[in-house]
Write a protein of this length. Sequence first.
Length: 114
Amino acid sequence: QVQLVESGGGLVQPGGSLRLSCAASGFIFRTYRMNWYRQAPGKGRELVARINSDGGTLYADSVKGRFTISRDNVKNTVSLQMDSLKLEDTAVYYCNVVVVSGYWGQGTRVTVSE
């Protein structure tokens, strides 16, 4: 079965960096688009970044130039490097893949605070 396990969240000051990782299993990883979403307190879930099977990427306007998504098709992982973090980046971050239907990890919490 499809499994997604996120890691790497934590508490960081504004301007700091974090790297999130998502370990995937149960499907042919290299052939699927992978997504990172986030859900801030009191808000809906929003797409942060995605990476296609060919390596093409897309970013939300709010994170362009600060976040970088990458994938390792050998280790079956997708990562999100987050730099220049802002208070408004505080959220639970989720890894997502659509394999017939959508699958989500359990999420990893990122808190940006003074």
